[in-house]
Write a protein that binds this ligand. Sequence first.
Ligand code: SAH
Length: 589
Amino acid sequence: MATLNAAPAIVVLGPSALATARRIQACYPGARVHGLHPRIGSDDADERYDALGPHLRELYARGTPLVVLCAAGIVIRSLAPALADKGVEPPVLAVAEDGSAVVPLLGGLAGVNVMAREIADALQTAAAITTSGELRFGTCLLNPPDGYALASIEQGKHFVSSLLAGEAARLEGDAPWLDGTGVPLADDARLAIRVSELTSEGSADELLIHPRCVVVALNTRGERMADDVRRMLDAHHIAMRSLATLLVPRRLIGDADAVEAAASLGVPLRYVATHDHGNDDPHAMLAAAAIPVRYRALDAGDSAAIAVCEQPIDPLRIGRARGRLSVVGLGPGDAALRVPAARRALDDATDIIGYATYVKMAGPFRDGQQLHGTDNREELQRARHAFELASEGRRVAVVSSGDPGVFAMAAAVLEALDGAADPAWADVELEIVPGVSAAMATAALAGAPLGHDFCIVSLSDNLKPWRTIETRLRHAAEADFVIALYNPISRARPWQLDRALDVLRAVRSADTPVVLGRDVGRPGAMLTTTPLGALRADQVDMRTMVIVGSSQTRKVVYPGQREWIYTPRWYPGDPDDGNGNANPADRPA
Ligand code: SAH
């Protein structure tokens, strides 16, 4: 694999490396600059980390290619405890922070030398290539390009040693990437480089490379799918590594066994609809999948057929994928307050849809990701658009700030689905990724005002009558809930907040603490506390979260500490003594 599937993490320790990091980043769509906190500000890095060693080890364990802008020794020492299986490690490079040196360290089989050359080109310097095969032949024979896989690394190593000792090889099959390299080729050579989908006995005299050129169409379902595929490839002496994709009928969308089978075979799962009224003849499936190169079809029983293509194929062009719609909560703003599953859904998406401000907040994006920023008021239309794209097989992320289920897109998406008539929407894999909601983010800044029973009320009367809001506020105040107010005020709703405060003041005392969080988790964040009696509507705007305490909400004033607001876990009249001791049955876990 010369081209990498995962974008590298470019790791910097200090601001002096940032310029070089950005130049490297420009070579790799989706690459992210990781900066050491607090030396690198949040605006200067796409991600920040607290300690280099654990961070590098974690990325390495995940298989993320690493470009680290510091001394090679530091990288080696950091990764030493994690060095394990040489067959699967990602590329790791050290780059001088001024861009004057590029040193490939690990990941010879994952294309580290290719990366080293790419980065060196971008930085107009030379890569410190030390691999002897690579130096002699100008290519790493053990690392064929995308679309090809080596049959055996061990066998390959013997083979390369023989070439280094002065032997030549004959080429059987197509290996266009060897053109123009220094690999010594001769038709009468004893050694052979063989490019074929067929397995072989395995000999040290042969370098066997499997093109990913095989598609299996299978129309059965059940737990045995992967085993069936293995057996049928075996019967035709076809190497597993040549399998490019598993093709199943569209009616199996959502079938967990098919997903499991493709995962176990290590190939993408693709779906195809035939026009034979659900019979799904496997040869008809291959024909309908629009395989872009010529292929020979082999019979494999009634339920399967094998296509052997003349060249490696891109599985993403065979049939179609199952579309996915992820409704993603971005948290209040700061990427550090975003759950990792949200980042993953965003990175994985082909399309990102949302209110333009939030789409911007969801970056950085890779090349080719389609951004659909819309006006804030078109939620239902936006949700339908998301379903339409996803039902074409695209992976769509619909973004909301905070949590998508709190006055945001998750409900709009389900509303669009509820009563929709398009059968293609049923094929969409729908997921909702939670986020840190504004009330939680604000509460954490202030202390723990939501430490006891609380409720959340939106003051927006766009989608519900004002009467209902007043009734709810009165009941919530009477029940002594802490009340978190979302959408407190806007230009179109100027008087509502004052009315709401009147309702609350009628029940709750004037010295009840109120927390105001404005732009929490965003640049210019502001936190204010004020007694309910003194709160004025002009202290609040639509970017503010208002948390009105209960009768128990209080301040902690502790020498040396800043002021904290909290609501105790206990309540007067409770058998609990306030230390969580009296009533074991009530004690929190
Ligand atoms: N889904 C969002 C809420 C959307 S409603 C969430 O879970 O947070 C929009 C309201 O949320 C705003 O009017 C404001 O009251 C509040 N809000 C959203 N983001 C905020 C932030 N960063 N700081 C303070 N309040 C915020």
